[in-house]
Design a protein around this ligand. Structure first.
Ligand SMILES: CC(C)(COP(=O)(O)OP(=O)(O)OC[C@H]1O[C@@H](n2cnc3c(N)ncnc32)[C@H](O)[C@@H]1OP(=O)(O)O)[C@@H](O)C(=O)NCCC(=O)NCCS
Length: 284
């Protein structure tokens, strides 16, 4: 690790940065992060979590993704919320293990939450769309959450998947991978300890196309640039973001499939949607 010790950040300096970024006591805050971008933190991820909790205060709520993509077809073990490591960053994997943090049960896209609205955001039936209507991100958005992107850009912002779902874009049901292994996840059933299968109703899939929003959202004054330690960050209200993206998607439902270097997922989705549109036009 090549951090310079003299640039060390502390809980107090990070709390000051969070306040400067517009995080306030009582807020509900969704955080997506690259810890490395923050620079060296004395005490590590724990201290950043404490800085977030102290800034949000006793009436605030902190939410992070703890996605595990526990798919039987990907040879990953069944999801156990008390054991399975988060695959979306060290901060998130440290967070769900902290005291008084709740973790949702979804085997591909679980979330962890702490604070006043934690259980309201986390609890819910298991057969919801992972990042769509009725998911924790939907409930956090409805509760007036702000989103803080720490050292990452809009292509890591799960709330944009919620906007895809709210706008009912035509590719949500199109499988994530060529081999169709994305449609069945599995998890450890708490009372019995047995592995259970769960059909995935929507495929959040690739977010590579979300980067078209990086500058637009700042220009439209929906998102604001800020800093946390050494990391360039962006903060925005989730509901305003969602409403804005839904409006864009109503005008152009395929706008996120136009990436200049599309991945296999994006190419596949675009090809399938276009062939469906052609079939609809030619059928009598
Ligand atoms: C993939 C991703 C997590 C990688 O970011 P990263 O900064 O390289 O990795 P992490 O956040 O896991 O942090 C680990 C790094 O923290 C750093 N670290 C360790 N101790 C630290 C400390 N005390 N202070 C600061 N950083 C420290 C280390 O560099 C470590 O990396 P290393 O073990 O390879 O040296 C990030 O790019 C990303 O995409 N984040 C968002 C994920 C997300 O929310 N996805 C959902 C939406 S689709």
């Amino acid at each position: 690790m090549s951090f310079l010790r003299h640039k060390s950040h502390t809980r107090q300096s990070l709390a000051r940065d969070l306040h400067g970024a517009g995080v306030r006591a009582g807020d509900t805050l969704i955080v997506h992060s690259s810890l490395r971008k923050v620079g060296w933190i004395a005490g590590g991820a724990q201290e950043l979590i404490r800085a977030l909790q102290e800034t949000l205060g006793s009436q605030g709520t902190l939410v992070m993704p703890t996605f595990t993509f526990s798919l039987a077809g990907w040879q990953l073990p069944p999801f156990d919320p008390c054991r399975t490591a988060s695959r979306v960053g060290l901060l998130t994997d440290t967070f769900w293990r902290c005291a008084n943090v709740w973790r949702s049960a979804h085997p591909t896209h679980s979330f962890a939450a702490w604070g006043r609205l934690a259980t309201q955001i986390i609890d819910g039936p298991l057969n919801y769309e992972p990042l769509g209507l009725g998911s924790p991100i939907d409930r956090a958005c409805n509760a007036g959450a702000k989103i803080l992107l720490v050292g990452v850009e809009q292509n890591r912002n799960s709330t944009i998947h919620l906007a895809e779902s709210r706008a009912a874009v035509p590719y949500l049901q199109i499988p994530f991978t060529i081999d169709d292994l994305y449609d069945e996840a599995w998890y450890v059933d708490a009372p019995s300890g047995e592995a259970r299968m769960l059909a995935i109703r929507e495929m959040p899939g690739s977010s590579e196309g979300f980067d078209v929003l990086d500058e637009v959202l700042v220009r439209e004054e929906i998102a604001t640039r800020c800093a946390l330690g050494d990391a360039l960050c962006t903060i925005m209200p989730a509901q305003r973001l969602c409403d804005f993206v839904v409006r864009l998607l109503k005008e152009d439902p395929l706008m996120f499939l136009n990436h200049e270097n599309p991945s296999e997922i994006t190419k596949r989705r675009r090809a399938i949607v276009e062939s469906q549109l052609t079939m609809n036009r030619t059928s009598p």
